[in-house]
Design a protein around this ligand. Structure first.
Ligand code: COA
Length: 702
């Protein structure tokens, strides 16, 4: 077997079959040198009489993760993925794609243009471009529906979902699933079969019933999108591309797709989503340098409340053995019921099957005695948010846990340094701040107290990755990154409410901005009683000069805790329904204004968004200045994944850069004339604005 090793493409010949290996590890992103070399190799193969067929594969376990996202910011250079796909499709010599690892985006589009596709059962195939505000620009919107039918292609492309090899076979996306070790041989056999004139049998997707089904699915999707408050340009254009695939010849469809793709690349939504993608990857790198994570297989979860149950489910889903600890049999029983409840919902929605449920439950045990934690590699406590309660739990852990076990607290704001100092092994103590529901929410703040060992931090990051979470390193302070910032912009919303905007207008303005739920609707969902208890606890330490809006307390005094009590800021006459504005709440707000001598003034929706964002950005800059967050991208990753900040805007720091830091600072300075303490500008923001700089520049390694 002769091998010609180039930089990005490895070529080898096996009796007339040319194996072209994409060789740009780890993910074979289709950067320009790779595209150029593949183009040259395909052209050379076309002219080489000794080549009868071609097999395209990845050299190191991945086929390709698709386009190199970083290139979209630069001038585009031919050949494009679409040119390569056309070259493959037009090849007089059969081309077979051998798919393993990831075959995503442009990678899958190359495979779609091939004459046959084989793949391993574990390969991940998909067109995830929409998650980056793009659409497949290399023929994917035209070739996928032709291959598997538009009705099946639609959800894959519109949601950017990937499927494994087995599901791809069922869809007709793969022609054969092969053993991973024998993938190349399998592909070569398929290539020879094609040369011998044995075509692959495929279903006919051009029949009128298929076309009608596709058009109906498109119409239903258009209706669904029309009801959404915000739709990406890519989502709308994708539907148009699929329609073109059903109605136009391939050549015209490809041109249509190309134009639509270029519109998406230029969209602000793409820039925001690409920013969020890289922010998450930057945030996800352990700040503990080369420290190796400690092995974790057996985990303890203390507390079977909503948070503990969610954490247990997240861990079981990642293959960990979990022991759930509660103080007595009744509490343990409720904890198990909560876990069962989560699983029942997952089964009902089709996210879990019975076999997986059995697997998960077989790794769950429960105990009331802390001795059951003696073999745990890691323990997360999710007990009542009170320093005395937490330190008592840690004292017990100190006594029973094996040396080297990681002792984590899920506290949202308590001083983890104090918790760590209270036991004999502070180096093993870390904060793992999950967000509710913990089995769903992506954010995991990894809070690093002063004495924590590097390998414990590294373990936190490795665990987050295993759980499918987005980890963000946070320093110790009241609220860490997310809740500290949240507190301030929620206060800004309260101030606006007291000054004249209704909670309904504020919610609506922020929902139009892109939040799925405004702050008052969110408060009703999470339950007003929790915040009320915190405020009462913190009342003695509240600075006397700080403005304090009493509306939330007064709602709670009436027992209006939100959805669970049928009323909060909104009325919920029927369970599960969207709340309705409540005249009594407006009257109560009026009373508060009167009591404070405030004359209500009008806020435009734009005023509301500007103040809310200014408060957020200002506190975020202080969080950076204090070293609580390492870089602006970490704040973006945190707020997008844990606080509902619209992902397509990239994150609040990216938003601030787009708005211009000088403009944001000018807003803050003008608001400071009303309330100098609350609106004290962050020194970092002042400096960046003065220098004409951006938060984005701070993300770059110094
Ligand atoms: N373009 C440029 N860089 C990419 C990339 C892409 N399409 N896909 C991944 N990378 C980079 C990541 O930024 C990361 O770089 P870093 O180490 O410098 O931070 C590195 O490749 C590894 O990626 P990571 O996401 O950490 O690896 P993973 O194994 O967890 O996940 C994927 C692999 C392919 C599932 C994931 O990276 C992904 O979803 N990529 C995007 C795929 C895509 O959308 N393709 C279509 C593009 S239009």
């Amino acid at each position: 077997m002769a091998i010609i090793a180039q930089d990005r493409i490895q070529a080898a010949k096996q009796d007339g079959v040319l194996l072209l290996g994409l060789n740009h590890p780890p993910l074979n992103t289709l950067d320009h040198p790779l595209r150029q070399q593949l183009h040259d190799a395909l052209q050379a193969a076309a002219e080489d009489a000794s080549v009868q067929a071609i097999v395209l594969h990845g050299t190191q376990g991945n086929f390709s993760a698709g386009a190199d996202i970083r290139e979209f910011d630069q001038p585009r250079q031919a050949p494009w993925a679409g040119d390569l796909a056309s070259l493959i499709a037009a090849s007089g010599k059969p081309v077979v794609a051998a798919l393993e690892g990831v075959a995503l985006g442009g990678g899958l589009e190359l495979a779609l243009a091939a004459h046959a596709r084989v793949g391993s059962a574990s390969a991940r195939l998909g067109l995830p471009e929409v998650k980056l505000g793009l659409l497949p620009g290399g023929g994917g919107t035209q070739r996928l529906p032709r291959l598997i039918g538009a009705a099946h292609a639609l959800p894959l492309i519109l949601e950017g979902r990937s499927v494994d090899g087995k599901a791809a076979l069922a869809l007709g996306l793969l022609d054969q699933v092969c053993d991973e070790a024998g993938l190349l041989d399998c592909a070569v056999r398929k290539a020879r079969a094609l040369c011998a004139g044995n075509p692959v049998s495929r279903r006919d997707t051009s029949s009128s019933s298929e076309v009608q089904a596709g058009l109906a699915a498109l119409a239903a999707q258009r209706q669904r999108l029309a009801a959404k408050p915000h739709v990406l340009p890519a989502q709308r254009l994708l539907l148009d591309c699929l329609q073109a695939a059903l109605e136009q010849p391939l050549k015209d469809g490809l041109k249509f797709e190309r134009d639509a793709f270029l519109q998406c690349v230029a969209s602000a939504e793409h820039k925001g989503l690409a920013h969020a993608f890289f922010a998450e990857r930057q945030a996800g790198k352990s700040p503990a340098g080369q420290a190796r994570p400690r092995p974790v297989q057996r985990a303890g979860v203390i507390g079977g409340g909503t948070m503990g149950a969610g954490i247990a489910v997240a861990m079981l889903g990642a293959g960990l053995d979990v022991v759930l600890i509660e103080r007595d049999a009744a509490a343990l029983q409720s904890g198990r019921e909560r876990i069962d409840g989560i699983y029942q919902r997952q089964i009902k929605s089709g996210r879990l099957d019975a076999a997986a449920l059995d697997r998960h439950l077989s790794r769950l045990s429960a105990a009331t005695d802390y001795a059951a934690l003696s073999t745990a590699d890691l323990v997360v406590e999710a007990v009542f948010e009170d320093m005395d309660v937490k330190t008592q739990v840690f004292a017990q852990l100190d006594r029973v846990c094996k040396p080297g076990a990681i002792l984590a607290t899920n506290t949202s704001y308590l001083d983890i340094n104090q918790i760590a100092r209270s036991i004999s092994r502070p180096q093993d103590v870390i904060g793992l701040h999950f967000f509710s529901p913990a089995n769903i929410m992506k954010l995991l703040e990894i809070v690093v107290p002063e004495q924590v060992a590097d390998d414990v931090v590294a373990t936190g990051f490795a665990l987050a990755r295993r759980l499918g979470k987005v980890p963000v390193r946070a320093g110790v302070c009241d609220g860490f990154i997310g809740n500290r910032i949240l507190y301030v912009y929620r206060e800004a919303a309260n101030h606006m409410m007291e000054d004249g905007a209704s909670p309904y207008q504020i919610d609506q303005a922020l929902e139009r901005f892109g939040y799925a739920m405004g702050p008052f609707r969110t408060a009703d969902l999470t339950g007003g009683d929790i915040g009320w208890a915190t405020r009462k606890r913190k009342a003695p330490t509240r600075p006397p000069e700080a403005r304090y809006v009493r509306v939330a307390d007064r709602l709670c005094e009436r027992g209006w805790f939100g959805q669970k009590t049928g009323r909060g800021y909104y009325l919920y006459p029927e369970r599960g329904q969207r709340g309705k504005p409540d005249a009594d709440v407006l009257a109560l707000i009026d009373e508060e204004r009167a009591a404070r001598g405030i004359t209500a003034r009008a806020f435009s929706d734009e005023d509301i968004v500007r103040r809310y964002m200014a408060a957020l950005i200002n506190e975020a800059a202080k969080v950076l200045d204090d070293g609580i967050a390492l870089r602006p991208a970490d704040i973006d990753a945190a707020l997008v994944n844990g606080y509902g900040f619209p992902r397509w805007r990239g994150g609040p720091m990216k938003y601030a850069d787009d708005a211009g830091l000088a403009a944001v600072l000018a807003d803050i300075e003008s608001y400071a004339k009303e309330d100098a303490a609350f609106w004290a500008p962050a020194p970092l923001l002042q400096r960046l604005a003065r220098e004409g700089s951006t938060f984005g520049k701070l993300n770059q390694p110094q």
